[in-house]
Design a protein around this ligand. Structure first.
Ligand code: C5P
Length: 209
């Protein structure tokens, strides 16, 4: 069984990259950010507080991984709410357990998130840490919003990216950081195609061993 762990900050391009990799190798893919987002959305929908760890953990334990809808969960406000409940250890324990079960699927899996190589799958076959400068990530997110017909202010998007980075890297439980044996992939100067081909070379080399 093969597990590919892909971590990195918000808007680094790891989602697109992970989906392409899963498709190329015929593996199951889980965007673990969606599990935090779905938990946050369930709380918001039911009018429950975002700062009660016991309630949030209870919702996390009852989450159905098969019903995660990326289009619905990608809303900006849900991402913000997700990063707030993601600091809670009991929420993380519940979601990590479900993520580990997913990671055991045959013939292989690709999981992307913040703590896959460090906490969820420390024995993953290959670990990638995908990053890009905060400015480039903000620019990509801004372009995405505009391309989708929305309106945005670049400075506000940049601030969002910085705030999310600070929260994800600064939390006590499972902070975002590269695993010791992760391959670093800086996509600042890369197209999606170039990033995919660089990732594929790293994975192919690791699968040969
Ligand atoms: O990647 P995405 O933006 O969908 O993740 C939303 C939030 O969920 C992140 O900002 C982060 O706080 C949290 N998250 C996490 N661990 C993961 C995946 C996401 O803490 N493995």
């Amino acid at each position: 069984m093969t597990t590919i762990a892909i971590d990195g900050p918000a808007a680094a391009g790891k989602g697109t990259l992970s989906r392409r990799i899963a498709e190329a190798y015929g593996y199951h893919h889980l965007d673990t950010g969606l599990t935090y987002r779905a938990t946050a959305k369930a709380l918001l929908d039911r009018g429950l507080p975002l700062d009660d760890e016991a309630i949030a953990a209870d919702v996390a334990r009852n989450l159905d991984l098969s019903g995660l809808d990326r289009a619905v969960l990608s809303a900006h406000g849900i991402g913000e709410a997700a990063s707030k409940i993601a600091v809670m250890p009991a929420v993380r324990r519940a979601l990590v357990e479900a993520q580990r079960e997913f990671a055991a699927r045959e013939p292989g899996t690709v999981l992307d998130g913040r703590d896959i190589g460090t906490v969820v799958c420390p024995d993953a076959t290959v670990k990638l840490y995908v990053t890009a400068s905060a400015d480039i990530r903000a620019r990509r997110r801004y372009d995405e919003i505009i391309a989708g017909g929305g309106t945005a202010d670049y400075d506000a998007v940049f601030e969002d990216v910085r705030r999310r980075d600070a929260r994800d890297m600064g939390r006590v439980d499972s902070p975002l950081r590269p695993a010791e044996n992760a391959h670093l992939l800086d996509t600042s100067e890369m197209s999606i195609e170039a990033a995919f081909s660089a990732a594929k070379s790293i994975i192919d080399a690791a699968l040969k061993h």
